[in-house]
Design a protein around this ligand. Structure first.
Ligand SMILES: [Fe+2]
Length: 397
């Protein structure tokens, strides 16, 4: 609940930052152009995101499945409704755990906004869609993860279609899903559109920021599209009894690298994140979890990784820095599985006690995986675009 409340506050701030795109002058019908898609689904809330073609005032209607009683949710800022925005991230809270809900978007185009003459168009409604809140007592959690799609919507769709999306309760994008963000709306066409088509109306999508998501001028507005938790791109999330650490691995090169020309201050940011990490792995939420997963785009370098020659050759600056600063934290944190990407080459690095106390899967740029967690442990199946199974393994934890 605390996490969700903080997320709600963040969404309010986000809405204020969205000065709204200029009204589209073409005489199109007012419509929902992207989404709705779900983020930050917990046992008691969710964020519902969508975009409209015209600046508008929108809200979400939510009802428990089978009930006719409808609740309204909207974004408020200091006592004001958001009346002139195209991008919406509406926080729905106060829900019951392990309960199925239905929702729809309602939006009215802002026709006129003069001081004493404010007018809106007729409301448009999306279809009703459904989602189920998580059960905090559940031992089971099934998810899909992929990485390094680099704006390739067709590849994203093919990869995800080959995964058991019906069984999955969430889909994780472990970085470099969007590439060098140089235009507004890039996130929609590259990933949100295929995700919405395949699963995200009903199940949440989660992004772990990669190095290509901190490049391009518009990377600064990534949070218009991807809701953060507690205002950060790193967080500890719970899915039933499974704890998932979503980490932000920053850049693969130093801030002082010539190509960045002084625009990065990520080293200090990552250092703060590592200090947070040091504390969060001591928390009850992490320690008492039945299963513990880490997702980080750039894998922290370890000796077992260096011993794989093909991997050692391509270890970047960021990987080595994470290894030096945080490997000991991960090694003491009872991590059951770490999932990374970045290398564009698939590697499985088995656990080696004292050096890397967890198995590491490095996803390439043409594979995705399904992960099924239950009392038996963690079953992972990695499949590439050709349908070849790269890994089919059950990890005991
Ligand atoms: Fe990367």
């Amino acid at each position: 609940m605390k996490r969700m409340l903080k997320a709600c506050l963040f969404v309010l701030l986000l809405a204020s930052a969205q000065t709204s795109m200029a009204q589209n002058p073409s005489p199109q019908t007012h419509k929902i152009t992207y989404g709705p898609y779900l983020q930050n689904l917990t046992s008691d809330g969710v964020i519902i995101s969508f975009a409209t073609n015209y600046a508008s005032m929108s809200h979400i209607e939510v009802r428990e499945k089978g009930s006719t009683q409808v609740s309204h949710y909207e974004t408020l800022k200091d006592g004001l409704r958001m009346t002139h925005i195209t991008q919406n991230n509406i926080c729905v809270d106060g829900l019951q755990p392990n309960t199925e809900y239905e929702y729809r978007v309602v939006s009215r185009k802002t026709e006129k906004y003069d001081p004493y003459d404010i007018r809106f168009g007729e409301p448009i409604h999306s279809d009703w869609y459904s989602f189920k809140t998580f059960d905090p007592t559940s031992e089971e959690f099934t998810f899909v993860a992929t990485s390094d799609i680099h704006d390739d919507a067709a590849k994203c769709e093919t990869l995800l279609r080959n995964q058991p999306l019906d069984e999955a309760e969430a889909v994780f994008f472990v970085g470099d899903i969007i590439c060098d963000i140089s235009r507004i709306g890039q996130a929609y066409t590259g990933v949100i559109e295929p995700a919405t088509k395949l699963f995200a109306k009903n199940k949440p999508l989660v992004l772990a920021r990669g190095n290509h998501e901190v490049r391009g001028y518009h990377c600064r507005e990534l949070d218009d599209y991807f809701a953060r938790t507690d205002g950060k791109y790193y967080s500890l999330q719970r899915y039933g009894k499974t704890a998932v650490l979503i980490l932000d691995s920053g850049e693969d090169k130093a801030d002082a690298s010539k190509v960045f020309n002084g625009v990065k201050a990520l080293e200090q940011y990552i250092d703060e994140e590592i200090e947070w990490l040091r504390e969060v792995v001591k928390s009850k939420e992490w320690r008492k979890a039945a299963h513990r997963i880490v997702m980080i785009h750039i894998p922290p370098a370890s000796q077992p990784m260096r011993d794989i020659e093909a991997l050692n050759k391509i270890l970047c600056w960021g990987s080595k820095r994470w290894g030096e600063k945080a490997l000991d934290i991960f090694n003491r944190a009872d991590v059951d599985l770490m999932i990374s990407g970045h290398t564009h080459k698939y590697f499985f690095v088995p656990e080696r006690k004292g050096e890397q106390n967890y198995p590491l899967i490095i996803n390439d740029n043409r594979s995705a995986m399904s992960v099924k967690i239950d009392e038996e442990g963690i079953a992972v199946k990695v499949t590439n675009l050709d349908g070849e199974v790269l890994l089919d393994e059950q990890f005991k934890d």
